[in-house]
Ligand binder design. Structure first.
Ligand SMILES: C[S@@+](CC[C@H](N)C(=O)[O-])C[C@H]1O[C@@H](n2cnc3c(N)ncnc32)[C@H](O)[C@@H]1O
Length: 296
């Protein structure tokens, strides 16, 4: 190796790679968070602080870095490129068969946990319907290890990923494959808590082009955005106990119609429900509490 090559090699520190690829990256997809995640991945670093401590050391695998960078720079989701995503404090495997868990869904879980603690909602049996990667179910099991957690999805491939996550994280969840909530109804189980982030976006043009291109469309898009909620509401007595909590992620424009559906299918004298917004300020969650006596 001649002197020139040596000095070229010696310049491949994490810092130099970071600076030069930040410069050449497409601003839509490449930012500090993405570059740090890629550098952590190709160096096998477990934490951001490990990367910072080694910022001036040579990058471990520049070819893998370039390969991942090119994918992400072309719009391929970072989580799919890495094969993993963070959900609350869990590292979850994801692939093209599973939706990448969103921050709003983390909020659905943290709200549910807050309600359980605040209102003393029973939590013997918990279900996550339309589980995808298993994110909601696994997070609930982590919060409530002594609860029985069940999860279902119609995608056999997604359930395989969810099962792998359950094993890797040592969080015991029972999985079912089937349409909507049917596998739970057929099992004869009755839930205390039911959470779901079902497909609900009915305005196709509102879905981001990269999401359409890379993520499973049937996880998001639905011709009738109320189909899943209506099915859950209509059949709730077949899979919920008398005292229960149901929590849903919903679309920003669904409050009015969902109010109608709640009033149609639940015993409103003994049911409380509330809509709330996500941290972006968009209407996003519906919680229904059954077996509650409402004060006049
Ligand atoms: C919005 S994704 C939610 C995934 C995951 N719970 C999350 O929050 O990241 C909706 C999920 O519903 C599943 N799904 C779509 N149609 C279904 C059906 N008819 N019955 C059961 N699951 C269905 C998809 O496979 C997908 O995993």
């Amino acid at each position: 190796m001649n002197k020139n090559n040596l000095s070229k090699e010696a310049k491949l520190t994490n810092r130099n790679v970071y600076v030069s690829y930040k410069e050449k990256g497409n601003k839509k997809y490449i930012n500090s968070t993405v570059l740090n995640a890629l550098l952590m991945e190709v160096n096998d670093f477990k934490s951001f602080s490990e990367l910072i401590l080694n910022f001036d050391k040579e990058i471990k695998d520049i070819n893998r870095f370039k390969e991942l960078f090119n994918k992400v720079n072309g719009g391929y989701p970072l989580a799919y490129a890495l094969g993993k995503a963070n959900f609350i404090d869990l590292e979850i495997k994801v692939n093209k068969y599973t939706l990448i868990p969103r921050p709003e869904t983390e909020e659905l879980v943290t709200k549910a946990v807050d309600y359980v603690r605040k209102f003393g909602v029973p939590r013997g049996n918990i279900c996550d319907c339309c589980t995808g990667s298993g994110a909601i179910a696994l997070a609930m099991k982590k919060y409530f290890p002594d609860s029985n957690v069940y999860a279902c999805d119609h995608s056999k491939e997604a359930i395989e990923v969810a099962k792998e996550n359950s094993k890797n994280l040592s969080l015991d969840v029972t999985f079912f494959i089937g349409n909507k909530v049917n596998p739970i109804i057929n099992s004869g189980l009755k839930m205390d808590i039911f959470l779901s982030n079902p497909p609900y976006v009915e305005h196709f043009d509102e879905i981001d082009e990269d999401v359409k291109k890379y993520e499973p469309l049937d996880a998001i898009y639905l011709k009738n955005g109320y189909e899943f909620y209506e099915d859950f509401f209509k059949h709730h007595k077949e899979f919920m106990k008398e005292h229960f909590m149901m929590g849903f992620e919903i679309n920003y424009d669904q409050e009015e119609k969902l109010t109608e559906l709640v009033e149609k299918y639940f015993d409103v004298e003994h049911t409380a429900y509330s809509f709330s917004k996500d941290f972006y300020g968009k209407m996003r969650f519906l919680f229904i509490f059954g077996g509650v006596v409402i004060e006049e």
